[in-house]
Design a protein around this ligand. Structure first.
Ligand SMILES: [Zn+2]
Ligand SMILES: [Zn+2]
Length: 146
């Protein structure tokens, strides 16, 4: 996996004064290696190959930490997790999910967020989870399945 990402994440943790424990680093690395999103149980199975004692709470706590730090997005529609492509900052993301190969592409378009937020505001609605998920085909799959 790209070690640069792990290095970057370590620096962010240092700056924020939080501990990037071995388990947290490992879950981070597993997500960095994945092409698409990964479910918690799949992560657990992979983690257990190096840490046989790992239990579901181990994974959930590590994921919660990674989300809090802004390293990972939860993909609600897949009940899975994906590494943020420009982490270290909390941001309003739009996730483009390929239903064919599972690729999750991330875009960050402030205009989309502002429009949604304004429209919601008019109805008196408060958005707590602003991540938008759109399903479809990535460029590669769209070419292969016209
Ligand atoms: Zn992101
Ligand atoms: Zn695809």
């Amino acid at each position: 996996m790209p070690n640069k990402l792990l290095e970057q994440a370590r620096l962010v943790c240092q700056k924020n004064g939080v501990r990037f424990t071995p388990v947290r680093e490992q879950v981070f690395s597993l997500l960095a290696d994945a092409t698409g999103s990964v479910g918690a149980y799949e992560l657990l199975t992979q983690l257990q190959q190096t840490d046989a004692k790992a239990k579901p709470p181990t994974i959930y706590r590590a994921l919660e930490f990674l989300i809090d730090q802004g390293f990972v997005h939860k993909v609600e529609s897949q009940n899975a997790y994906v590494l943020c492509s420009h982490f270290s900052e909390h941001h309003k993301a739009q996730l483009l999910i390929c239903d064919s190969c599972g690729l999750v592409e991330e875009i960050e378009n402030q205009t989309i967020y502002t429009a949604l937020s304004n429209a919601a505001h008019k109805t008196g609605f408060t958005i707590l989870k602003p991540t938008i998920e759109a399903h479809g085909l990535c460029a590669k799959c769209a070419e292969e399945n016209p």
